[in-house]
Design a protein around this ligand. Structure first.
Ligand SMILES: [Zn+2]
Length: 445
Protein backbone atom coordinates (compact mmCIF):
# COMPACT_ATOMS: atom_id res chain seq x y z
CA UNK A 1 0.00 0.00 0.00
CA UNK A 2 1.60 3.26 -1.06
CA UNK A 3 1.31 6.49 0.88
CA UNK A 4 -0.33 8.06 -2.14
CA UNK A 5 -3.17 5.60 -2.18
CA UNK A 6 -3.92 6.38 1.45
CA UNK A 7 -4.27 10.03 0.64
CA UNK A 8 -7.26 9.45 -1.58
CA UNK A 9 -9.40 9.79 1.52
CA UNK A 10 -7.95 13.00 2.78
CA UNK A 11 -8.67 15.96 0.51
CA UNK A 12 -11.77 16.96 2.44
CA UNK A 13 -10.03 16.57 5.75
CA UNK A 14 -8.78 20.10 5.87
CA UNK A 15 -12.05 21.98 5.97
CA UNK A 16 -13.49 19.72 8.62
CA UNK A 17 -10.95 20.09 11.35
CA UNK A 18 -12.40 22.79 13.56
CA UNK A 19 -14.67 20.38 15.39
CA UNK A 20 -17.04 20.98 18.21
CA UNK A 21 -14.65 20.77 21.14
CA UNK A 22 -14.97 23.86 23.29
CA UNK A 23 -11.45 24.17 24.58
CA UNK A 24 -11.34 27.86 25.35
CA UNK A 25 -8.81 30.49 24.44
CA UNK A 26 -5.67 31.57 26.25
CA UNK A 27 -5.71 33.11 29.70
CA UNK A 28 -6.58 36.70 30.50
CA UNK A 29 -3.40 38.82 30.65
CA UNK A 30 -3.72 39.37 34.40
CA UNK A 31 -4.84 35.88 35.44
CA UNK A 32 -2.40 34.13 37.79
CA UNK A 33 -1.35 30.62 38.73
CA UNK A 34 0.90 30.14 41.75
CA UNK A 35 2.88 26.91 42.04
CA UNK A 36 3.83 26.61 45.73
CA UNK A 37 6.82 24.64 46.97
CA UNK A 38 8.02 23.20 43.66
CA UNK A 39 11.52 22.10 42.81
CA UNK A 40 12.38 23.78 39.51
CA UNK A 41 14.30 21.78 36.91
CA UNK A 42 17.14 23.86 35.49
CA UNK A 43 17.21 22.34 32.00
CA UNK A 44 20.50 24.04 31.07
CA UNK A 45 22.52 22.96 34.11
CA UNK A 46 20.68 19.70 34.68
CA UNK A 47 19.93 20.41 38.35
CA UNK A 48 16.89 20.52 40.59
CA UNK A 49 16.45 23.54 42.86
CA UNK A 50 15.28 23.73 46.46
CA UNK A 51 11.50 24.03 46.92
CA UNK A 52 10.28 27.48 45.91
CA UNK A 53 7.27 29.28 44.37
CA UNK A 54 6.67 30.01 40.71
CA UNK A 55 4.12 32.57 39.61
CA UNK A 56 2.52 32.50 36.16
CA UNK A 57 0.79 35.67 35.00
CA UNK A 58 -1.09 35.62 31.70
CA UNK A 59 0.90 33.27 29.46
CA UNK A 60 4.33 34.00 30.96
CA UNK A 61 6.33 33.07 34.01
CA UNK A 62 6.20 36.26 36.09
CA UNK A 63 8.29 35.45 39.18
CA UNK A 64 10.34 32.77 40.92
CA UNK A 65 11.06 32.60 44.65
CA UNK A 66 9.40 32.23 48.02
CA UNK A 67 6.93 34.91 49.16
CA UNK A 68 6.20 36.00 45.61
CA UNK A 69 3.39 38.57 45.74
CA UNK A 70 0.28 37.31 43.98
CA UNK A 71 -3.26 38.51 43.44
CA UNK A 72 -6.23 37.39 45.53
CA UNK A 73 -7.69 35.52 42.57
CA UNK A 74 -4.56 33.52 41.78
CA UNK A 75 -5.10 29.80 41.30
CA UNK A 76 -2.84 28.08 43.84
CA UNK A 77 -1.34 24.69 43.04
CA UNK A 78 0.41 22.94 45.94
CA UNK A 79 3.64 21.47 44.65
CA UNK A 80 4.61 19.64 47.85
CA UNK A 81 8.19 19.31 46.66
CA UNK A 82 7.34 17.94 43.25
CA UNK A 83 9.29 18.91 40.11
CA UNK A 84 8.28 21.79 37.86
CA UNK A 85 9.77 21.54 34.38
CA UNK A 86 9.11 22.99 30.93
CA UNK A 87 6.73 21.21 28.55
CA UNK A 88 8.20 18.60 26.22
CA UNK A 89 8.91 19.38 22.57
CA UNK A 90 8.88 16.93 19.65
CA UNK A 91 11.06 18.35 16.89
CA UNK A 92 9.96 15.91 14.18
CA UNK A 93 6.21 15.37 14.18
CA UNK A 94 3.56 14.90 11.51
CA UNK A 95 0.30 15.98 13.16
CA UNK A 96 -1.97 14.53 10.48
CA UNK A 97 -0.11 11.42 9.39
CA UNK A 98 0.79 10.27 12.89
CA UNK A 99 -2.89 10.08 13.74
CA UNK A 100 -3.99 7.92 10.83
CA UNK A 101 -3.23 4.31 9.97
CA UNK A 102 -3.08 2.93 6.47
CA UNK A 103 -6.14 0.83 7.27
CA UNK A 104 -8.16 3.81 8.52
CA UNK A 105 -7.31 5.86 5.46
CA UNK A 106 -8.10 3.14 2.96
CA UNK A 107 -11.16 1.60 4.59
CA UNK A 108 -14.01 1.59 2.07
CA UNK A 109 -16.28 3.29 4.60
CA UNK A 110 -13.70 5.86 5.78
CA UNK A 111 -15.35 9.24 6.18
CA UNK A 112 -13.38 12.49 6.00
CA UNK A 113 -15.29 13.74 9.05
CA UNK A 114 -14.14 10.83 11.15
CA UNK A 115 -10.55 11.09 9.88
CA UNK A 116 -10.56 14.77 10.84
CA UNK A 117 -11.96 13.93 14.26
CA UNK A 118 -9.21 11.32 14.69
CA UNK A 119 -6.53 13.91 13.88
CA UNK A 120 -8.05 16.42 16.29
CA UNK A 121 -8.36 13.83 19.07
CA UNK A 122 -4.75 12.76 18.63
CA UNK A 123 -3.57 16.35 18.88
CA UNK A 124 -5.39 16.57 22.23
CA UNK A 125 -3.72 13.39 23.43
CA UNK A 126 -0.33 14.74 22.33
CA UNK A 127 -0.84 17.69 24.67
CA UNK A 128 -1.97 15.36 27.48
CA UNK A 129 1.34 13.52 27.10
CA UNK A 130 3.05 16.76 28.08
CA UNK A 131 4.12 17.76 24.58
CA UNK A 132 3.27 21.44 24.58
CA UNK A 133 5.10 22.17 21.29
CA UNK A 134 5.81 20.24 18.11
CA UNK A 135 7.68 21.05 14.93
CA UNK A 136 5.50 19.66 12.14
CA UNK A 137 7.82 18.70 9.30
CA UNK A 138 5.38 17.82 6.58
CA UNK A 139 1.72 17.35 5.82
CA UNK A 140 -1.55 19.25 5.92
CA UNK A 141 -1.40 21.17 9.20
CA UNK A 142 -2.34 24.83 8.84
CA UNK A 143 -6.05 24.30 9.54
CA UNK A 144 -5.33 22.13 12.56
CA UNK A 145 -2.90 24.71 13.91
CA UNK A 146 -5.45 27.50 13.42
CA UNK A 147 -8.12 25.45 15.21
CA UNK A 148 -5.78 24.81 18.15
CA UNK A 149 -4.70 28.45 18.36
CA UNK A 150 -8.36 29.53 18.26
CA UNK A 151 -9.15 27.24 21.17
CA UNK A 152 -11.48 25.04 19.11
CA UNK A 153 -9.28 21.95 19.35
CA UNK A 154 -6.91 20.86 22.12
CA UNK A 155 -3.32 20.44 21.04
CA UNK A 156 0.27 21.60 21.25
CA UNK A 157 1.79 24.73 19.77
CA UNK A 158 2.68 23.82 16.18
CA UNK A 159 5.63 25.09 14.14
CA UNK A 160 4.29 24.16 10.69
CA UNK A 161 6.28 23.38 7.55
CA UNK A 162 3.22 22.73 5.41
CA UNK A 163 3.66 20.63 2.30
CA UNK A 164 7.09 19.08 1.87
CA UNK A 165 9.03 20.26 -1.18
CA UNK A 166 10.33 17.43 -3.34
CA UNK A 167 11.72 16.91 -6.81
CA UNK A 168 9.95 14.61 -9.25
CA UNK A 169 10.71 11.04 -8.13
CA UNK A 170 11.97 12.39 -4.80
CA UNK A 171 11.02 11.36 -1.27
CA UNK A 172 7.96 13.60 -1.37
CA UNK A 173 6.73 12.39 -4.77
CA UNK A 174 3.76 10.47 -3.36
CA UNK A 175 1.90 9.97 -6.60
CA UNK A 176 -0.15 6.87 -7.24
CA UNK A 177 1.38 4.71 -9.95
CA UNK A 178 -1.12 5.95 -12.53
CA UNK A 179 -0.77 9.65 -11.70
CA UNK A 180 1.34 11.43 -14.30
CA UNK A 181 3.54 14.49 -13.99
CA UNK A 182 1.66 17.73 -13.44
CA UNK A 183 4.21 19.52 -15.57
CA UNK A 184 3.57 17.45 -18.68
CA UNK A 185 -0.02 16.43 -18.15
CA UNK A 186 -1.41 19.43 -16.33
CA UNK A 187 -3.05 17.83 -13.30
CA UNK A 188 -1.78 17.93 -9.72
CA UNK A 189 -1.66 14.61 -7.89
CA UNK A 190 -3.89 13.91 -4.90
CA UNK A 191 -0.99 14.31 -2.51
CA UNK A 192 -0.27 17.77 -3.91
CA UNK A 193 -3.96 18.66 -3.90
CA UNK A 194 -4.33 17.90 -0.21
CA UNK A 195 -1.27 19.85 0.89
CA UNK A 196 0.95 16.89 1.70
CA UNK A 197 3.66 17.76 -0.79
CA UNK A 198 4.80 20.00 -3.61
CA UNK A 199 6.49 18.23 -6.51
CA UNK A 200 8.67 21.07 -7.77
CA UNK A 201 11.52 20.94 -10.28
CA UNK A 202 13.86 23.75 -11.22
CA UNK A 203 14.60 27.01 -9.47
CA UNK A 204 11.30 28.64 -10.43
CA UNK A 205 9.04 25.88 -9.17
CA UNK A 206 11.02 25.50 -5.98
CA UNK A 207 10.71 29.24 -5.30
CA UNK A 208 6.95 29.09 -5.85
CA UNK A 209 6.52 26.02 -3.64
CA UNK A 210 8.49 27.59 -0.78
CA UNK A 211 6.62 30.87 -1.09
CA UNK A 212 3.25 29.09 -1.16
CA UNK A 213 4.13 27.54 2.19
CA UNK A 214 5.36 30.86 3.57
CA UNK A 215 2.13 32.47 2.43
CA UNK A 216 0.18 29.94 4.51
CA UNK A 217 2.29 30.63 7.60
CA UNK A 218 5.07 28.06 7.43
CA UNK A 219 7.62 28.68 10.17
CA UNK A 220 10.32 26.67 8.38
CA UNK A 221 10.62 24.86 5.06
CA UNK A 222 10.99 21.09 4.74
CA UNK A 223 12.77 19.94 1.62
CA UNK A 224 13.61 16.42 0.50
CA UNK A 225 17.34 16.14 -0.24
CA UNK A 226 17.69 12.37 -0.57
CA UNK A 227 16.09 8.95 -0.66
CA UNK A 228 13.63 7.80 1.98
CA UNK A 229 12.37 4.64 3.61
CA UNK A 230 8.63 5.26 3.43
CA UNK A 231 8.52 6.23 -0.25
CA UNK A 232 8.20 3.85 -3.18
CA UNK A 233 10.19 5.38 -6.01
CA UNK A 234 13.46 6.69 -4.58
CA UNK A 235 16.27 4.38 -3.46
CA UNK A 236 17.83 5.34 -0.13
CA UNK A 237 21.21 6.25 -1.62
CA UNK A 238 20.03 8.86 -4.12
CA UNK A 239 20.75 12.58 -3.87
CA UNK A 240 17.84 14.89 -4.58
CA UNK A 241 17.78 18.47 -5.87
CA UNK A 242 20.64 20.19 -7.61
CA UNK A 243 22.68 22.68 -5.65
CA UNK A 244 20.96 25.55 -7.45
CA UNK A 245 17.44 24.24 -6.75
CA UNK A 246 18.29 23.85 -3.07
CA UNK A 247 19.86 27.29 -2.98
CA UNK A 248 16.65 28.70 -4.42
CA UNK A 249 14.72 27.25 -1.46
CA UNK A 250 17.25 28.64 1.02
CA UNK A 251 17.13 32.11 -0.60
CA UNK A 252 13.32 32.24 -0.43
CA UNK A 253 13.29 31.02 3.19
CA UNK A 254 16.05 33.38 4.30
CA UNK A 255 14.36 36.35 2.68
CA UNK A 256 11.51 35.58 5.10
CA UNK A 257 13.90 35.32 8.01
CA UNK A 258 13.62 31.57 8.39
CA UNK A 259 15.43 28.39 7.32
CA UNK A 260 15.31 25.18 5.34
CA UNK A 261 15.55 21.78 6.97
CA UNK A 262 16.12 18.71 4.80
CA UNK A 263 15.27 15.05 4.91
CA UNK A 264 18.62 13.32 4.22
CA UNK A 265 20.61 10.29 5.31
CA UNK A 266 23.75 10.21 3.20
CA UNK A 267 27.05 12.08 3.16
CA UNK A 268 26.54 13.28 -0.41
CA UNK A 269 23.04 14.63 0.19
CA UNK A 270 23.98 16.33 3.46
CA UNK A 271 27.16 17.93 2.10
CA UNK A 272 25.22 19.41 -0.79
CA UNK A 273 22.54 20.69 1.57
CA UNK A 274 25.13 22.36 3.80
CA UNK A 275 26.73 23.99 0.76
CA UNK A 276 23.30 25.34 -0.21
CA UNK A 277 22.87 26.95 3.23
CA UNK A 278 20.51 24.46 4.84
CA UNK A 279 20.43 24.86 8.65
CA UNK A 280 19.09 21.51 9.85
CA UNK A 281 19.33 17.85 8.79
CA UNK A 282 16.48 15.47 9.59
CA UNK A 283 17.67 11.87 10.23
CA UNK A 284 21.33 11.67 9.02
CA UNK A 285 21.77 8.05 10.13
CA UNK A 286 24.26 7.27 7.35
CA UNK A 287 26.66 10.14 8.01
CA UNK A 288 30.41 9.77 8.58
CA UNK A 289 32.62 11.51 11.14
CA UNK A 290 34.00 14.10 8.70
CA UNK A 291 30.54 15.26 7.70
CA UNK A 292 29.39 15.42 11.32
CA UNK A 293 32.48 17.47 12.11
CA UNK A 294 31.57 19.80 9.25
CA UNK A 295 28.06 20.17 10.68
CA UNK A 296 29.50 21.00 14.10
CA UNK A 297 31.82 23.64 12.62
CA UNK A 298 29.05 25.26 10.61
CA UNK A 299 26.44 25.08 13.39
CA UNK A 300 24.12 22.88 11.33
CA UNK A 301 21.57 21.03 13.49
CA UNK A 302 21.00 17.30 13.50
CA UNK A 303 17.36 16.47 14.19
CA UNK A 304 17.65 12.87 15.30
CA UNK A 305 15.25 10.08 16.18
CA UNK A 306 15.33 7.01 18.38
CA UNK A 307 14.00 4.55 15.82
CA UNK A 308 13.26 1.03 16.93
CA UNK A 309 13.92 -2.03 14.79
CA UNK A 310 11.31 -2.58 12.12
CA UNK A 311 8.27 -4.64 12.94
CA UNK A 312 6.77 -7.54 11.00
CA UNK A 313 3.62 -5.49 10.56
CA UNK A 314 5.53 -2.89 8.57
CA UNK A 315 5.19 -2.67 4.81
CA UNK A 316 7.91 -5.06 3.44
CA UNK A 317 9.49 -2.42 1.19
CA UNK A 318 9.74 0.05 4.06
CA UNK A 319 11.13 -2.62 6.39
CA UNK A 320 13.87 -3.45 3.89
CA UNK A 321 14.74 0.20 3.23
CA UNK A 322 14.95 0.94 6.96
CA UNK A 323 17.62 -1.68 7.68
CA UNK A 324 20.73 0.45 7.00
CA UNK A 325 19.12 3.41 8.78
CA UNK A 326 18.50 1.39 11.93
CA UNK A 327 22.03 -0.01 11.73
CA UNK A 328 23.55 3.44 11.26
CA UNK A 329 21.63 5.10 14.08
CA UNK A 330 23.74 3.99 17.05
CA UNK A 331 27.00 4.82 15.31
CA UNK A 332 25.98 8.28 14.03
CA UNK A 333 24.36 9.52 17.23
CA UNK A 334 27.46 8.56 19.21
CA UNK A 335 29.69 10.23 16.60
CA UNK A 336 27.52 13.35 16.46
CA UNK A 337 27.75 13.67 20.24
CA UNK A 338 31.54 13.33 20.14
CA UNK A 339 31.79 15.89 17.33
CA UNK A 340 29.69 18.41 19.27
CA UNK A 341 26.88 18.67 16.71
CA UNK A 342 23.85 20.61 17.91
CA UNK A 343 21.19 17.97 18.33
CA UNK A 344 17.43 17.96 18.56
CA UNK A 345 15.13 15.00 19.07
CA UNK A 346 11.82 13.97 17.56
CA UNK A 347 9.79 10.81 16.97
CA UNK A 348 8.90 10.93 13.24
CA UNK A 349 5.94 8.58 13.66
CA UNK A 350 4.17 8.05 10.35
CA UNK A 351 0.93 6.09 9.78
CA UNK A 352 1.46 4.07 12.96
CA UNK A 353 -1.04 5.60 15.41
CA UNK A 354 -0.49 2.73 17.83
CA UNK A 355 2.97 4.21 18.46
CA UNK A 356 1.64 7.57 19.63
CA UNK A 357 1.10 6.39 23.20
CA UNK A 358 4.84 5.70 23.25
CA UNK A 359 5.85 9.21 22.23
CA UNK A 360 7.31 9.77 25.72
CA UNK A 361 8.84 6.29 25.95
CA UNK A 362 10.78 6.93 22.74
CA UNK A 363 12.66 9.68 24.60
CA UNK A 364 14.14 6.97 26.81
CA UNK A 365 15.87 5.53 23.72
CA UNK A 366 18.34 8.43 24.02
CA UNK A 367 19.77 6.80 27.17
CA UNK A 368 22.05 4.72 24.97
CA UNK A 369 24.10 7.89 24.39
CA UNK A 370 23.07 10.62 26.85
CA UNK A 371 22.65 11.20 30.57
CA UNK A 372 19.17 11.95 31.95
CA UNK A 373 20.19 15.61 32.38
CA UNK A 374 21.32 15.82 28.76
CA UNK A 375 18.14 14.12 27.57
CA UNK A 376 15.84 16.42 29.56
CA UNK A 377 17.77 19.37 28.19
CA UNK A 378 17.47 18.11 24.60
CA UNK A 379 13.70 17.56 24.67
CA UNK A 380 13.06 20.98 26.22
CA UNK A 381 15.77 23.66 25.98
CA UNK A 382 17.66 22.40 22.93
CA UNK A 383 14.55 21.59 20.91
CA UNK A 384 13.28 25.08 21.81
CA UNK A 385 16.46 26.60 20.40
CA UNK A 386 15.81 24.80 17.14
CA UNK A 387 12.25 26.17 17.11
CA UNK A 388 13.69 29.64 17.67
CA UNK A 389 15.62 29.36 14.38
CA UNK A 390 12.34 30.37 12.75
CA UNK A 391 12.97 33.90 14.02
CA UNK A 392 10.15 36.29 13.23
CA UNK A 393 8.32 33.47 11.42
CA UNK A 394 7.93 31.65 14.71
CA UNK A 395 4.17 31.60 15.41
CA UNK A 396 4.68 32.04 19.18
CA UNK A 397 7.19 34.65 20.27
CA UNK A 398 8.91 34.07 23.58
CA UNK A 399 11.29 31.63 25.24
CA UNK A 400 10.44 27.97 25.71
CA UNK A 401 12.27 25.02 27.24
CA UNK A 402 13.20 26.83 30.46
CA UNK A 403 11.48 27.76 33.72
CA UNK A 404 12.65 31.36 33.91
CA UNK A 405 11.07 34.76 34.46
CA UNK A 406 9.70 36.02 31.16
CA UNK A 407 9.53 32.60 29.47
CA UNK A 408 6.27 31.32 28.01
CA UNK A 409 4.34 29.32 30.60
CA UNK A 410 4.36 25.77 29.21
CA UNK A 411 4.91 23.70 32.35
CA UNK A 412 4.71 20.19 33.75
CA UNK A 413 4.32 19.36 37.44
CA UNK A 414 6.02 15.96 37.75
CA UNK A 415 5.56 13.39 40.52
CA UNK A 416 9.17 12.82 41.53
CA UNK A 417 12.60 13.70 40.21
CA UNK A 418 13.14 12.92 36.51
CA UNK A 419 16.91 13.46 36.86
CA UNK A 420 16.97 10.57 39.32
CA UNK A 421 14.38 8.50 37.51
CA UNK A 422 13.95 9.39 33.84
CA UNK A 423 11.33 6.64 33.48
CA UNK A 424 8.88 9.05 35.12
CA UNK A 425 8.44 10.98 31.88
CA UNK A 426 7.44 7.82 29.99
CA UNK A 427 4.16 7.56 31.93
CA UNK A 428 2.57 11.00 31.56
CA UNK A 429 -0.92 9.92 32.62
CA UNK A 430 0.40 8.91 36.02
CA UNK A 431 3.32 11.26 36.55
CA UNK A 432 2.39 14.60 34.97
CA UNK A 433 0.03 15.84 37.66
CA UNK A 434 -0.46 19.26 36.09
CA UNK A 435 0.10 20.42 32.52
CA UNK A 436 0.06 24.13 31.70
CA UNK A 437 0.14 25.36 28.13
CA UNK A 438 0.32 29.07 27.33
CA UNK A 439 -0.50 29.98 30.92
CA UNK A 440 -3.58 27.79 31.08
CA UNK A 441 -4.04 24.60 33.08
CA UNK A 442 -4.96 21.92 30.51
CA UNK A 443 -4.56 19.05 32.95
CA UNK A 444 -4.78 19.57 36.66
CA UNK A 445 -5.53 18.15 40.00
ZN1 LIG B 1 9.27 12.67 8.96
Amino acid sequence: MSIASMMRRLPVLLVLLPCAVAWGQGPAPESEILFREVRVLDTVRGTLGEPTDVLVRGNRIAALGADTPRSESAEVIEGRGRTLMPGLIDAHWHSTFTALSQAAMTAPDAKPESLAATVAAESGRTLMRGFTSVRDVGGPVFELKAAIDAGEVAGPRIWPSGATVSQTSGHGDMRLPHERSRRFFGKPSLAEDMGATFIADGRDEVLTAVRENLRMGASQIKLMAGGGTSSAYDPLDVTQYTLDEMRAAVEAAEDWGTYVTVHAYTVRAVRRAIEAGVKCIEHGQLLDEDTLALMARQGVWLSTQTLRPSTEAMDPLRREKRKPVIEGQARTIAAARRAGVRMAWGTDFLFEPELNVEQNAFILGLRDWFTPAEILRMVTHDNAELLALSGLRSPYQGRLGVVEVGALADLLLVEGDPLENLDLIADPARNFAVIVKDGRVVKGE
